[in-house]
Design a protein around this ligand. Structure first.
Ligand code: ACO
Length: 327
């Protein structure tokens, strides 16, 4: 058995914050951010928007696009590092909201590689015949975890959610290639899992002021890691599945930084046109970035039956990996 993506969906908050707005509260500029990252704006959750609400909206759109009934879904995996609750998990909250009563639900936490690992996990289950129809969601409300005084990180990230429906069909599955290197975890850290602003006791207040409880990053270390590991793992996944670069229609990379995507294209000696990007508009939405981009491509008619896509994620952990998807 193999898994086939038969529907996509996405949701991003309407609240758009451009680089000029960020430059009003940290010392930076639109030119600096655009030149170093490619990001021009990001969406920030407001009002009732949460990791769960965005996940549900993206999930509903993917289910509609797939043309299946909610009752067919027997697995929901939500990839997130920014759930609004620790318990219950976001996937169970999504199940409740969607009424997907037949589904087994759990969250997966692997930062920007999370969606790719959710895809691989569902694929393995489908391949073994354990589950048949999976709803996979990447949903992040990173604005809750941001140190808004740190210009090195707050310029990068955004909120949003993307989803796919993966259904079992006859055929051979492509094997994924994934890696982790916990020894290098210090390059990208965050100790907080929820919004400390609700805590009024002393420990909560102290945590609020402690930048360790917000996203912290050694930007150059992450940059070097991505440049080395992403082309490497893409090469591995192609070799593993006996595919050539010419067989690949598009490379859908985690949308961390335009310079990273351009450098990966160069190292692979592939034209930049095969690397669609949307971080200009949404920033880095961590595990939501790959499914948001997939949904954009799907809805704009850029994906055709039989196209072979490479999905590649990389991020905190450190973790990275690639998978081949046949559309
Ligand atoms: N505006 C203006 N100046 C800035 C800003 C800013 N927003 N941020 C940092 N600077 C300054 C620094 O203070 C430093 O000044 P100094 O020389 O006076 O000390 C100077 O710019 C250079 O700082 P660096 O950190 O060396 O800047 P760099 O060129 O590495 O760019 C960046 C920083 C954009 C974060 C880069 O390292 C990068 O893109 N790294 C990749 C990390 C990434 O994409 N992470 C995403 C999350 S992880 C993931 O999704 C995988």
């Amino acid at each position: 058995m193999k898994g086939k993506i038969c529907g996509t969906g996405a949701y991003v908050p309407g609240n758009r914050m451009d680089n000029h707005q960020i430059a009003a509260f940290v010392e930076t500029s639109d030119e600096w951010i655009k030149e170093r990252t490619g990001v021009e704006a990001r969406r920030i959750a407001s009002g009732e928007e949460t990791t769960v609400s965005m996940a549900c909206a993206a999930g509903r759109r993917a289910i509609d696009d797939a043309g299946i009934s909610v009752g067919e879904i027997d697995l929901i995996i939500v990839s997130t590092t920014s759930s609004n609750l620790i318990l219950p998990c976001t996937a169970c909250e999504v199940q409740r909201e969607l009424g997907a009563e037949q589904a087994t639900c759990f969250d997966l936490s692997a930062a920007c590689t999370g969606f790719l690992l959710a895809y691989n996990t569902a694929l393995a289950y489908i391949n073994c015949g354990v589950y048949h129809t999976a709803l996979l969601i990447g949903s992040e409300c990173l604005s809750n975890l941001m140190d808004w005084k740190d210009r090195g990180t707050c310029i990068l990230f955004g909120d949003g959610a993307g989803a796919v429906v993966l259904k079992g069909t006859e055929g051979e599955m492509y094997l994924p290639s994934t890696r982790s290197e916990g020894a290098k975890g210090a390059a990208l850290t965050c100790k907080s899992r929820h919004d400390w602003s609700n805590l009024h006791d002393e420990s909560g207040a102290a945590a609020m002021q402690d930048p360790d409880h917000r996203i912290g990053m050694d930007g150059q270390a992450v940059f070097r890691f991505a440049l080395k590991r992403v082309p490497e793992v893409i090469g591995e996944v192609l070799q593993e599945n006996q595919l050539r670069k010419e067989d690949i229609t598009l490379y859908i990379l985690h949308q961390a930084n335009k310079r990273i995507v351009e450098a990966v294209a160069k190292r692979l000696e592939e034209p930049i046109e095969k690397f669609p990007m949307n971080m200009q508009e949404y920033g880095n939405t961590s595990s939501a970035s790959i499914p948001i981009l997939l949904d954009e491509l799907n809805r704009s008619g850029r994906l055709h039956e039989g196209d072979k896509l490479v999905l590649a994620g990389f991020g905190a952990g450190l973790t990275w990996g690639a998978a081949v998807v046949e559309w």
